[in-house]
Design a protein around this ligand. Structure first.
Ligand SMILES: *Cc1c(COP(=O)(O)O)cnc(C)c1O
Length: 418
């Protein structure tokens, strides 16, 4: 199907990683999903460790969420006017975070971080921002940045089409390295720091507790706005995302993925004094024809309510992730394959590497060729892992112990061939 798709859609896909470029082979085209499984158009079944890249914490076609979506569709798919369900979802989310007063819904994680940064710049009155190497915050211009010559420098565009003038305001620091952050503050006129507190876009690399605590202090010292990008980790690492784990209060938190229950939703929330700068209360412009869409909001509301009613799921999801990772590590060692991993709540990430990476440079020392082999072989056996060594894996509630055991046994079979 990919050949046919390529005739009409650029590269045959609507988001690049789906094309399997970094692992080779052809992506299966998916027809349907149920629970922990998906089926492709040829009828092959896969155990799904991607779960739409995170959103589907209750798996595919969860009945509660499905019903909420259908009910909403029947009432009309979009009005471009305020609806009750937006208020309900806002209340449910804000209730979880004592430090977040107001929220705004958008349609994607990209929009959430882009808007959060505009707001932070307006609030601080400063143009320079700090981001971390290996963190991904969507594809807006000022965030598509690579390191210049070495870390702690002004960034250069990581994509053609992004003007240098845009990225020169983005300074790059090293993850888990507070000195590199301090250097950036000394070099630029920094008003905002954005970070994934649990980095999920260089496989999975959680921040160290003392590093995040120091980051909060440094931001306080310089009067900079601290943005936690929890588009992936929100409602995934724990019900309150990184807040459950570190207890550190960001000034703005961005959400996406799980918050929409599989529908396109993003959000950013923050302290009142910052958020009220946003239009129509304040002068910072931000808008969206389909923002707060009632169908998407209904899916999000059903998801967040269900999570709040079942907070114990995170423990069992984490146990499953730990079982999978620890057994895969054991098997790897028996086969002379370097393997290290991180697990945070329902998220897991592993590295074919003798060290457990703490930043992007270290992540880049992992064996990605081996990952490609691993991916191809597991896919053939019916296990759908991310088609890139730089992604996080996800456990969903319908995954059974038996599913995890099957994965482990299959890895045992293929480990000597990778
Ligand atoms: C996925 C992701 C984004 C981008 O969200 P989209 O909905 O794909 O635009 C931003 N930040 C983080 C941390 C993400 O994982």
């Amino acid at each position: 199907m990919i050949k046919e798709a390529q005739k009409y859609i650029v590269g045959g896909v609507n988001s690049p990683v789906r094309a399997f470029k970094s692992v080779g082979g052809e992506p299966p085209f998916i027809e349907r999903g149920k629970g922990a499984y998906i089926w492709d158009i040829e009828g092959n079944r896969y155990l799904d460790y991607i779960q739409s890249w995170g959103p589907l914490i209750f798996g595919h076609c969860d009945e509660t969420i499905e019903e909420a979506i259908i009910e909403a569709v029947k009432k009309g798919v979009s009005f471009g006017a305020p609806t009750k369900v937006e208020v309900e979802l806002a209340k449910e989310v804000l209730e979880l975070f004592p430090h977040l007063d107001l929220i705004r819904f958008v349609n994607s994680g990209t929009e959430a971080t882009m808007s959060a940064i505009r707001l932070a710049r307006a609030y601080s009155g400063k143009d320079d921002i700090i981001k971390f190497e290996g963190c991904y915050h969507g594809h807006s211009d000022s965030l598509l940045v690579s390191a210049g010559s070495g870390a702690a420098t002004f960034g250069v565009p990581s994509s053609p089409g992004v003007p240098k003038d845009f990225t020169k305001h983005t300074l790059l620091a090293k993850y888990n390295d507070i000195n590199s952050v301090k250097e950036c503050f000394e070099k630029g006129d920094v008003g905002c720091v954005i970070i994934e507190p649990i980095a999920g876009n260089m496989s999975l690399v959680p921040a160290k507790k003392e590093f995040l605590a120091e980051l909060r202090e440094v931001c306080n010292h310089y009067g900079a706005v601290l943005i936690f990008d929890e588009v992936m980790s929100g409602f995934r690492a724990g019900l309150r995302g990184s807040y459950d784990i570190y207890g550190i209060k960001a000034d703005i938190v961005t959400f996406g993925k799980v918050i929409g229950g599989g529908m396109p939703v993003g959000a950013f929330a923050g302290k009142k004094e910052i958020m009220q700068l946003l239009s129509p209360v304040g002068p910072v412009y931000q808008a969206g024809t389909l923002s707060g869409n009632p169908v998407a909001m209904s899916a999000g509301l059903a998801t967040i309510k269900k999570l709040k009613q079942n907070p114990e799921i995170y423990k069992s999801l984490e146990e499953k992730a730990k079982k999978l990772m620890s057994e895969m590590k054991k098997i790897s060692q028996e086969n002379g394959v370097d393997f290290n991993y991180n697990v945070v709540g329902s998220m897991f990430g592993f590295f074919f590497n003798s060290i457990l990476p703490e930043n992007f440079d270290e992540v880049n020392t992992s064996d990605t060729k081996r990952y490609a082999k691993f991916h191809n072989k597991m896919l053939k056996e019916g296990f759908y892992f991310a088609p890139s060594a730089y992604e996080t894996g996800f456990i969903c509630t319908p995954m059974k112990d038996e599913d995890i055991e099957n994965t482990i046994n299959t890895y045992k079979k293929i480990a000597k061939e990778i």
